[in-house]
Design a protein around this ligand. Structure first.
Ligand code: NAP
Length: 246
């Protein structure tokens, strides 16, 4: 149960983040949804409020420091606490390294990695004061395996896992845990972009034989956010149907 907990979920208008927000709300948390302004964000908030009516949405681009700071300030003003942060917002700008544009490298780093540094730093202040916190980063199986055509994305995901372990060490004495969930091939807008040949090649590498659902990731996040996970920190839970073993 996450009653009396306040959670921020970034990228909560998208496939995985939207369901993560719902699962935390179902367990009783008040959830603050954070993505760039869109109809999808409003729709996601309406769904989450069905489970947790006090939930809220703040539009912010996680790669813009002032917008992120404003969202955190508004959360503190409205709720007075931040107990859980799920850093889920992410983008891809794929290309082979020989042709990758610096701009595509920078954008992926800003959204998928640097934003996590900023947001984590901001929420740690109230968490340290409260002597309680759960920070969960959404990584990817490719952060461990590598993936041709995704040097920027893979570098960001591997980077956030190292970041999580280091922050976990720094804040463990304050009863704050920092962990990652690394999805494999999950049905979402991100993976819907893939052509059928690529999709079939990926499915052939998954021992369980099917793509994962956003719920599969969300349940792992909800566990790490729960009281039951109090003795787990600096870890990555892989949710990939066995893909990592191939
Ligand atoms: P998605 O459906 O494309 O959702 C991405 C979310 O991130 C959206 O809510 C999007 O909202 C938000 N976002 C993107 N740029 C943003 C920005 N600058 N500021 C604020 N929000 C931003 O992707 P998904 O599949 O759910 O992915 C969620 C996470 O899981 C990502 O970190 C991804 O790397 C990871 N992941 C996914 C898979 C998979 O198979 N789907 C596998 C491994 C890891 P707006 O565009 O409206 O702002």
């Amino acid at each position: 149960m996450l009653k009396d907990r306040v959670a921020i979920v970034t990228g909560s208008s998208g496939g995985i983040g939207r369901v993560v927000a719902q699962q935390l709300a179902r367990r009783g948390a008040k959830v603050v949804l954070l993505s760039r302004a869109s109809d999808r964000l409003a729709a996601a908030l309406a769904e989450v409020r069905a489970f947790s009516p006090a939930s809220e949405a703040f539009a912010a681009d996680v790669s813009v420091p002032s917008e992120v700071a404003e969202a955190v300030n508004k959360t503190m003003a409205q709720f007075g606490q931040i107990d859980i942060l799920v850093n889920n917002a992410g983008i891809t700008k794929d290309g082979l390294i020989m042709r990758m544009k610096e701009e595509d490298w920078q954008q992926v780093m800003e959204v998928n990695l640097t934003s996590i540094f900023r947001l984590t730093q901001l929420v740690l202040r109230p968490m340290v004061k409260a002597r309680y916190g759960r920070i969960i980063q959404i990584s990817s199986v490719v952060g461990s395996t590598g993936n041709a055509g995704q040097a920027n994305y893979v570098a960001a995901k591997a980077g956030l896992e190292g970041f999580a372990k280091t922050v976990a060490l720094e804040v463990a004495s304050r009863n704050i845990t920092v962990n990652c969930v690394a999805p494999g091939f999950i049905r979402s807008a991100m993976t819907d972009q893939l052509n059928s040949k690529t999709r079939e090649a990926i499915l052939a590498r998954i021992p369980l034989g099917v793509a994962g659902e956003p719920e599969d990731v969300a349940h792992a996040v909800a566990f790490l956010a729960s009281a039951e996970a109090r003795y787990i920190t600096g870890q990555t839970i892989h949710v990939n149907g066995g893909m990592y073993m191939r």
